[in-house]
Ligand binder design. Structure first.
Ligand code: BGC
Length: 719
């Protein structure tokens, strides 16, 4: 189809163009737009027939149902362009949405999302998302299934690696920045997923049930999705889980009433992989036809791979079992999205875009910003570090340092820790030397550690131990590693432990035995140089924990935002309601991370404010070191008396500050009083009068503290 039609006419309004196209379409063609088929191939006769018939509106390129940990053959412009050419042979010649999970990088791999979140750096996440989308677009991808916005409280759930942590505010801001970054070029659409509550899967087991009340949904889990919608996200993906017995793929109230009607979301709701088909497995649909009816009525516009819509939607509409208008509305949403992406301009098949190169600088900056130093007694390495032994299974690793959901990153691009540290140690002044050991035989390693002055042990989880369908019942280090660290402790002078992981791990023992501990997530392409920069003190950046480190799996779920009970337990875990057999407090709190800065006490310019006013809180921060330092600054709050129980502590603002060597800066938080608001008993948003505690997370210790809190009083205009 090459002639220019009315809907190609850019002089018409977008709505007119979409309606012009819809008016041309048969019900079958509309249903085709709602059908997403995986891995369409132009050398497969049934696929080309489907494309020629207009029976498919989008394709997803992924290895299968849990593609995050199973690589496929990769993607290229040649492949996607061939698919678009085949799509152009249909009667209306509508190009496809071609989707891929570009989660934390495409060719250039950035840290896993949970690591990126540790940077607390909105601009950084905008840039990494923008770069990833540009690389993907060069391969013909126009839809990525990111960002994941599930609020997480349970480190057993493997998908915490894909999340932005436990704070609704942090996830909202970083998620919105990712949406902006991904959609910046206008050629790629983002997907806020998984709507909603999936992070509460029972027991941390993937896909399991979710029980959560509407007030908690609104005050926590829905917030980042609202922020993504406000940032203009093109698509939203339904979650696999149910909420209070209603599978999300059939949750009419949350998908249609809240997301589409209350929030005015005019984009596309896409099913998760076979999520519509799984309504049968959930036991709420008798068969695929019934599932199709439930899903379209609930507001799911696009059927990812189940085939339910393709097989049944037209006949459901013809029989009057489904209101045809629902099909029209879903197709309208898909066409509107295609129009916004420029796919209806009649020239969708373009010449191959210029390839986008690896951005090693950005990957390194992101990795450095993601590292959280939990203990720093032996850092940085100096001349006094003497003979250094680098050991552990990650010394020569590449693929596992890229993390879960890396579909297109090339492990050959990853600089290993050993390679990078060799150069960095050689560049240190003095006579420090490095020996590298792969940790394969503990006896050999112990002999070498005994001869060294400083041992750096690289431990933690392989990337395959996190991500989708990768729950663990234990959150300690993988089998054998703690024993090895204990053995190393016994013979080492100085012991530095670096932990790679896709989830918070229980590290009380490690923090006790090591002189320094760095939590390094899965850092991506620049793992080696970034870690070497941190260890040698060359890095100016550092991160803070976006999820607390609990003492054990038995402490889960747990987050900084626990609500006070009637017998409140201070967060140090010393009150009623504690565990009898272990301290309750986390090993490292949300926001923890050693800082090189000294933070003064917080002050507010006005402590009595109106509900529509603003609080300005300031704090002095000094950099006593001889290098410039870039670190997050966090502001926490508590609402003393409210309509409902409010979190014990909640992140209310944050920023990243840069302080030159020896300098002091004033960090200024400008917080609209509306930020203290929440959804109350009547399900509406409210801001209370009364007192709010505000405090800066301590930047000079491992845990944020409430000491030095400022009390702000919100008063009504009439008082
Ligand atoms: C995951 C989604 C992902 C989709 C497509 C599903 O299994 O839950 O997060 O986007 O597959 O690969």
């Amino acid at each position: 189809m090459s002639t220019l039609e009315k809907w190609h006419d850019v002089r018409l309004s977008p709505a007119e163009r979409v309606e012009a196209l819809l008016a041309e379409m048969t019900t079958a063609e509309m249903v085709g737009q709602l059908n997403q088929s995986a891995n369409l191939r132009v050398d497969d006769a049934s696929d080309t027939a489907l494309l020629a018939a207009g029976g498919v509106g989008s394709t997803l390129l992924a290895s299968g149902a849990t593609a995050g940990n199973v690589r496929d053959d990769g993607v290229s412009f040649v492949r996607t362009e061939a698919i678009q050419r085949a799509a152009s042979t249909s009667r209306l010649g509508i190009p496809l949405l071609i989707a891929r999970d570009v989660i934390h990088g495409h060719r250039t791999v950035f840290p896993i999302p949970l690591g990126l979140a540790a940077s607390f750096d909105v601009d950084l996440l905008r840039h990494t998302a923008e770069h990833a989308a540009a690389e993907a677009a060069a391969d013909g991808i126009n839809w990525t299934f990111a960002p994941m916005l599930d609020i997480v409280e349970d480190a057993r759930w493997g998908r915490v690696a894909e999340s932005l942590g436990e704070s609704p505010l942090l996830t909202s801001r970083l998620g919105a920045a990712m949406v902006e970054g991904i959609q910046q070029s206008g050629k790629v659409t983002a997907c806020a997923k998984h709507f909603v509550g999936y992070g509460l899967s029972r027991g941390g087991r993937d896909y399991a049930s979710v029980d959560v009340g509407e007030i908690t949904l609104r005050n926590s889990h829905l917030r980042p999705f609202r922020a993504a919608v406000d940032a203009g996200v093109g698509t939203v993906m339904a979650a696999f889980s149910d909420v209070d017995g209603i599978p999300m793929h059939s949750h009419r109230y949350l998908l249609r009433t809240v997301l589409k009607e209350e929030w005015g979301f005019d984009g596309v709701v896409v099913a998760d992989w076979n999520g519509i088909g799984e309504l049968v497995d959930h036991g709420v649909a008798a068969d695929l036809r019934d599932a199709a009816r439930l899903a379209i009525e609930a507001g799911v516009d696009v059927d990812m791979v189940s085939g339910a819509y393709a097989a049944h939607l037209e006949s459901l509409a013809d029989a009057g079992d489904v209101d045809r208008e629902l099909v029209v509305d879903a197709a309208r949403r898909v066409l509107r999205l295609k129009l916004r992406l420029g796919l209806l301009d009649g020239d969708a098949i373009t010449a191959a875009p210029a390839p986008v190169g690896l951005d090693r600088d950005l990957a390194r900056a992101a990795a450095e910003a993601s590292f959280v130093t939990l203990r720093d007694d032996a850092l940085p390495l100096t001349t006094a570090s003497g003979r250094i032994l680098l050991t552990g299974p990650y010394a020569h690793e590449r693929a596992s340092l890229m993390g879960t959901w890396v579909l297109d990153g090339d492990e050959r691009d990853v600089a290993t820790i050993a390679e990078a540290l060799e150069g960095a140690v050689a560049a240190l002044p003095g006579s420090a030397t490095l020996e590298v050991d792969d940790g394969a035989f503990i006896d050999r390693t112990l002999r070498r550690a005994r001869e060294a002055d400083t041992t750096i042990a690289l431990v933690g989880e392989h990337a395959l131990r996190s991500g989708e369908d990768s729950a663990t019942s234990d959150i300690g280090l993988p089998a054998g590693q703690l024993e090895q660290l204990r053995a190393l402790r016994a013979v080492s002078g100085t012991l530095i432990v670096v932990v790679f992981a896709g989830r918070p791990l229980a590290l009380a023992d490690v923090l006790e035995l090591a002189d320094a501990v760095v939590f390094a997530w899965h850092p991506g392409t620049e793992a080696g140089p970034a870690l070497a920069a941190l260890l040698t003190g060359e890095s100016t950046r550092s991160g803070r924990l976006p999820m607390l480190l609990p003492r054990s799996a038995g402490h889960l779920p747990f987050s900084h935002a626990e609500r006070p009970s009637g017998r409140p337990m201070p967060f140090d875990g010393r009150g009623m309601g504690r565990y009898l057999d272990a301290p309750t407090a986390p090993v490292a709190d949300f926001g923890a991370g050693r800082s090189r800065l000294r933070t003064g006490s917080l002050r507010a310019t006005a402590t009595v404010v109106l509900p529509d006013g603003e609080v300005i809180a300031e704090v002095e921060v000094t950099n006593p070191t001889d290098r410039s330092v870039r670190e997050p600054a966090l502001l926490l709050m508590r609402d003393d008396v409210a309509d409902i129980t409010r979190p014990w502590r909640e992140l209310v603002d944050f920023t990243v500050i840069e302080v030159a060597a020896g300098d002091t800066v004033t960090v200024r938080f400008e917080i609209p009083v509306a930020a203290f608001g929440y959804t109350g008993r009547d399900r509406t948003q409210r801001v209370d009068t009364g007192s709010i505690h505000l405090w800066a997370a301590a930047a000079d210790g491992s845990e944020p503290g409430e000491a030095g809190a400022v009390v702000v009083t919100v008063v009504s205009a009439s008082s």
